[in-house]
Design a protein around this ligand. Structure first.
Ligand SMILES: Cc1cc2nc3c(=O)[nH]c(=O)nc-3n(C[C@H](O)[C@H](O)[C@H](O)COP(=O)(O)OP(=O)(O)OC[C@H]3O[C@@H](n4cnc5c(N)ncnc54)[C@H](O)[C@@H]3O)c2cc1C
Length: 372
């Protein structure tokens, strides 16, 4: 039986960030991860500057050998719309990364012991210690296994409430003539809202690849909405016609009341397992990293007493950091019947697109990075 001070289930950004901080504080940490890294992960691969700061990422060193693409603007419009608003920033407003590289880099940097290749399927408590898969024993357990995290299932049951974002994504390599022809700038991702404001699609160029996806709060309409979005992008010459897209889908819970249970004696949840992703943009990497930092801070401060009372401050920290993100801000701002008309008009107003849609809802520029 392997033993450690803290066992983290899941080696994504939430798990690796928590492991990194616990290791810096001198704890013996094991990260148990279902698959071997580097692993692929369904994601547009867009991170905000707050992520870079919170991770203390040396961007120059990272960019050496990894994809790290500055994003200096956005184009925003409506699916089927005739107008796009282009917003430019005078310094990078975000960065494009590849999740297989990024997650692997963070996990290696964490310097924890790794238990790869066996999904955690059994968790039980024995004499104040967690015993996982009958193979690892620890007094402290962190559930960072994403949307299907077994630790979250243990605390909350199979269906833990709250709205789900369902998303489909496909990435395709472009040949040289297509790269020349297409009307998508590499440093300017394109975002297109669905007319009912229940989701949005993106079209992002990353080197020789184009990444297209659509996320919605309504799972039933996703296939039809995706087909419509692809037809729209083809008509606007943003993707080549009749490319065969290999769609992959995923769903994850976003930050909305009622919050699931995230703390108990000897256990915390972080990242998608805690349902902290942003309900408007679907951004989840920043929230995973930040919840990983806050979880580690709480564990270190507990000084080996992992009673519920000593871990409870984590819930308040998470609430303070992520509370108040209203579900689908644009959708809530206007009554249903006039939504699409009003949205169409607002998305034509450059100051609204920049100050509200991008700066507030997507980039959270008013929120300082954690740890600043
Ligand atoms: C299509 C799509 C596009 C997205 N684009 C973006 C984007 O551009 N920017 C952004 O910020 N967010 C984006 N997100 C959200 C983001 O990907 C997630 O919020 C983020 O990955 C959450 O990180 P995490 O560490 O909590 O979980 P994950 O990154 O999901 O990591 C969880 C890890 O746990 C492991 N695991 C699962 N079950 C077990 C088990 N039983 N035992 C052991 N290990 C287990 C998994 O293998 C995985 O490696 C996107 C999501 C989707 C679906």
């Amino acid at each position: 039986m392997m033993t450690c001070d803290a066992l983290i289930v899941g080696g994504g950004p939430a798990g690796s960030t928590c492991a990194w901080q616990l290791r810096l504080a001198g704890l013996d940490v094991i990260v148990a991860e279902a698959v071997a890294f580097p692993r692929d992960k369904l994601c547009a691969g867009w991170i905000t500057p707050q992520v870079v700061t919170a991770l203390r990422l040396d961007t120059e060193a990272y960019a050496h050998g990894h994809t790290f693409q500055p994003i200096t603007g956005f184009r925003v419009g409506l699916v089927d719309g005739h107008h796009e608003t282009r917003v430019a920033y005078d310094r990078p407003a975000s960065f494009g990364i590849l999740r297989c590289e990024f997650d692997h880099y963070l996990l290696q940097r964490a310097d924890a012991r790794l238990a790869f290749g066996a999904p955690i399927t059994s968790i039980r408590m024995n004499g104040g210690q967690w015993i996982v898969n009958d193979a690892i024993r620890a007094p402290m357990l962190v559930g960072a296994g994403g949307s299907g995290c077994p630790v979250s299932r243990m605390l909350n049951g199979a269906r833990s409430g709250g709205p789900l974002v369902v998303a489909r994504e496909a990435e395709s390599r472009l040949d040289a003539p297509d790269r020349e022809r297409l009307a998508v700038e590499q440093e300017v991702p394109e975002l297109f809202f669905c007319r009912d404001l229940q989701g949005y699609g993106w079209c992002v160029r990353k080197g020789e690849y184009v990444n297209v996806g659509l996320g919605r709060l309504d799972p039933r309409s996703l296939p039809a909405a995706t087909a419509r979005f692809v037809a729209f992008l083809e008509a606007r010459r943003k993707i080549p016609p009749r490319l065969s897209w290999q769609w992959r889908g995923h769903s994850y819970a976003v930050n909305a009341a009622p919050r699931r249970r995230i703390v108990d004696a000897g256990v915390l949840l972080a990242g998608d397992a805690a349902a902290v992703a942003d309900p408007q943009s679907g951004e989840g990497i920043r929230q995973a990293v930040e919840s990983g930092l806050l979880a580690a801070q709480t564990i270190v401060e507990a000084q080996g007493d992992f009673s519920r009372d000593r871990l409870e401050p984590y819930a308040a920290r998470l609430e303070a950091r992520f509370a108040g993100a209203p579900l689908s801000g644009l959708g809530r701002m206007v009554p249903n019947r006039v939504k699409s008309v009003v949205a169409g008009r607002l998305l034509n107003v450059p100051t609204f697109v920049k100050r509200v849609v991008l700066d507030q809802w997507f980039l959270h520029r008013h929120e300082l990075a954690l740890g600043r």
